[in-house]
Design a protein around this ligand. Sequence first.
Ligand SMILES: Nc1ncnc2c1ncn2[C@@H]1O[C@H](COP(=O)(O)OP(=O)(O)OP(=O)(O)O)[C@@H](O)[C@H]1O
Length: 305
Amino acid sequence: MNRGSWTIEVHGLTKVFDSVAAVSDLDFTVSPGTVTAFLGPNGAGKTTTMRMLLGLVTPTSGRATIGGLRYAELPRPAATVGAVLDTSGFHPDHTARDHLGVYARLGGFARSRVDEVMDLTGVTPFARRTTRALSTGMRRRLHLATALLGDPRVLLLDEPGNGLDPEGIAWLRGFLRRFAAEDRTVLISSHVLSEVEQSAERVVVIDRGRLIAAGAVADLYGEAAVRVRSPQAGSLIAVLLTAHGGAVRVTDLGPDTVRVHGLTTAAIAADAAAHGIPLHEITPERPTLEQAFLHLTGHDQGDVS
Ligand SMILES: Nc1ncnc2c1ncn2[C@@H]1O[C@H](COP(=O)(O)OP(=O)(O)OP(=O)(O)O)[C@@H](O)[C@H]1O
């Protein structure tokens, strides 16, 4: 299978419900081999976009394709795309294993997949419990197991970390990374940014149905800064500005503390040492993804650096 064959492509995608534009002229791609996070505040249009990718909602205009085809055009959609969009829908009297057996039959998947996906997702220890007796985290795992029955090349998960404890989140992170490393395509929506920060390498950020940013997680952070505390902060500023001119920007944070933009910690420390200026603190700073996100979506209170 050639790389890129299961790329998700969204072009000019728009969905208007009555008078509400849930998704507006959205463009992005999600490539195989990486975990991509789909970020946006509540109501941003993430679920609607995923539903359009799965053919559950008809776009008002534009295209949402997987491997160049609309979901309904895929030769074996259930074996190509695994998805967890909502977490209801278990028969309460079925055991976890029964549930997977039913879905394996419905999807035409080998019975052996039931045990395989239970092992993959950690469902095996509660395989014999009825679904009504499962905790939220267990239900999450069972939904994921169901989505994996067809050994899909593409995985779409809506808020997959919801209801998972820290151990579950760490497990999910590792699972998604391993899954993507097999050159599979993974798109996970979230508004819990700290979760995504560690599991996704790429992000697509939307707000009010519109694309805000798309790219590598690292690129979202913007300019790094260095916090410096020195009893001779004034002298240090003079030295830095003389040596580096317009490349440097300095903000006062207090009588002896400044934030320096445009220089590394090593460069600042070297200049300070060369001029005999003592440093009591020198700390690289970068906005958290949370701050970058709030900044990008215009919901912040100002400075993100
Ligand atoms: N079936 C529908 N009918 C009318 N409006 C809808 C429908 N589905 C979604 N919307 C509206 O579309 C907008 C986007 O909703 P959507 O569920 O896609 O956002 P989301 O980013 O997934 O949000 P959340 O993080 O809260 O799940 C919201 O204003 C929502 O009220």
